[in-house]
Ligand binder design. Structure first.
Ligand code: F6P
Length: 473
């Protein structure tokens, strides 16, 4: 089973490569590094050592040779159109995603999806095994690739293998529904270290390993039940953002001017509220709109005084539950605006686009209140970006207690988004927060974020992985 050994000493494996394809006006195409904390944190490690990134390049039915971009080796893993449907839209995003997010949408269980998930995970593991030098470190990312650590370990027992779960991990009472629960847990236990966002996710995983695999769990260590005696460690590593980059953009005169222009273009309202989400049912966008619409109806806010900017970036648009959500959000915003807009002012400025990070930072600077009302969210990096951008310690963050970020941003105005009355009063409180209280809260949150950037996160993970693999057995 042993694969040919490659030359990379550090390999990241994720469903998507951290690159966007761009087409130039002359029709030629190239690549641009995708915005995102993970690639920023890992790019320096990649270029210092002989690093490679294994992932899908985003186009179905296309096979690409490995290539080099800005100091990184990229190893594209192909997926057929059918695999995108069964493995990505199916098992990853219609089975695991809803199962891991409190079954907000009902998960579907299909054997054909599971077969595709296994097949594609094998392909990712093979690509990493081929690229890895003897004793290399391989860091596997997220729920699309739960089986890769085990497949990789089977081919290459010499490797140091880490796994990080970017989304929540469910309690055994919910995980129990998954027909392939044992195989998923066993897949993960191929790793030396498994990282989670929150202590709760870690505890859930350990309980699942004990309950469904009958594994020997001591503290945060799990002894693999397959008889080889190896130890896997599970620990929380809350992910963060590229703080320096956000701060640098927040200080740029053109971006500060753009923020002022956004306010002018909205008719200089007293308060700008902002929501920034992928258009996903886990983000609680409909709860936020319900609360906002009722506040307008109650006369607690008016379109002359306040505008809500809702950025909802398109996501997983071929998945039915996402299509239905879009219709619901479009309908709600249409109704709110139809009822409350004037010729001059709008209640909700709805932007169904993705924006470059420069425009996002201008929006963070323009917004007096950020609304994060997720029903369940592994972390929520938008909350951390908002805090990092608020250089003057002004602004208010309304933050769902069901996000990983709520564990760290304790001075946010925490809300239960299911409690619409509570959400309404918290929004009003945020709008009217006394300046001294706002400053005290923002200063404390900024201390936390500025001190825990994504570089620190990846450094902590990789150091712990080195220790864990030493004593994994
Ligand atoms: O939060 C999990 C995650 O996979 C992120 O890593 C990613 O940015 C987002 O969901 C959207 O992922 P995709 O468009 O690949 O489904």
């Amino acid at each position: 089973m042993s694969a040919a050994q490659g030359r990379s000493t550090f390999i990241v494996v994720s469903n998507r490569l951290p690159l966007d394809r761009i087409t130039d006006p002359d029709g030629s195409s190239g690549w641009r590094r995708a915005p995102g904390g993970l690639v920023t944190a890992l790019a320096p490690v990649m270029t210092d050592v002989d690093g490679a990134w294994v992932g899908w390049h985003g186009a179905p039915d296309e096979t690409l040779a490995p290539f080099h971009h800005e100091g990184m080796d990229l190893i594209p893993v192909p997926q057929s159109a059918e695999e995108v449907e069964l493995y990505y839209e199916g098992f990853s995003n219609s089975t695991l995603w809803p199962l891991y997010h409190d079954v907000i949408a009902p998960p579907e269980f299909h054997r054909t999806w599971w077969d595709a998930y296994r097949r594609v995970n094998h392909r990712f593991a093979d690509a990493a095994a081929d690229a890895a030098a003897p004793g290399a470190t391989v860091w596997v990312q997220d729920y699309q690739l739960h089986l890769v650590p085990r497949y990789l370990r089977q081919q290459r027992p010499d490797l140091r293998i880490g796994f990080f779960n970017h989304i929540p991990f469910p309690p055994p009472e919910i995980f129990a529904q998954l027909p392939w629960r044992r195989a998923i847990l066993d897949g993960l236990l191929g790793a030396d270290l498994i990282g989670f966002q929150r202590p709760n996710d870690t505890a859930n995983f350990l309980r699942c390993a004990r309950r469904f695999l009958d594994a020997n769990v001591k503290g945060r260590e799990v002894q693999s039940p397959d008889g080889d005696g190896r130890i896997t460690r599970a620990e929380p590593f809350p992910i963060s953002i590229d703080v320096a980059r956000i701060q640098e953009l927040a200080a740029r005169p053109d971006i500060i001017e753009r923020a002022a222009q956004i306010r002018r273009d909205l008719g200089n309202p007293k308060t700008i509220l902002l929501g920034v989400d992928r258009l996903d049912y886990t983000k609680g966008i409909t709860h936020r709109l319900k609360a906002y619409g009722e506040l307008l109806l109650d006369g607690k806010i008016s379109v002359e005084d306040a505008t809500l900017i809702q950025v909802a970036s398109p996501s997983r648009e071929r998945v039915e539950s996402y299509r239905l959500l879009r219709e619901e959000v479009d309908g709600m915003i249409g109704r709110i605006n139809g009822q409350f807009d004037s010729i001059l002012n709008t209640a909700v400025r709805y932007l169904h686009h993705s924006y470059p990070v420069e425009e996002m930072v201008a929006l963070y600077l323009a917004a007096d209140v950020l609304l994060v009302t997720a029903l369940r969210d592994g972390m929520n990096l938008v909350a951390k970006e908002y805090v990092a951008a608020r250089r003057g310690d002004t602004g208010a963050l309304v933050l769902s207690e069901f996000t990983g970020a709520a564990d760290q941003l304790k001075q946010a105005l925490l809300v239960n988004p299911h409690d619409i009355d509570g959400l309404k009063s918290t929004i009003v409180r945020a709008i009217n927060l006394p300046a001294t209280e706002a400053r005290r809260r923002m200063r404390s949150m900024r201390r936390q974020v500025l001190d825990h950037d994504v570089q620190r996160w990846s450094g902590d993970f990789l150091r712990t992985l080195a220790e864990a693999s030493e004593h994994a057995g």
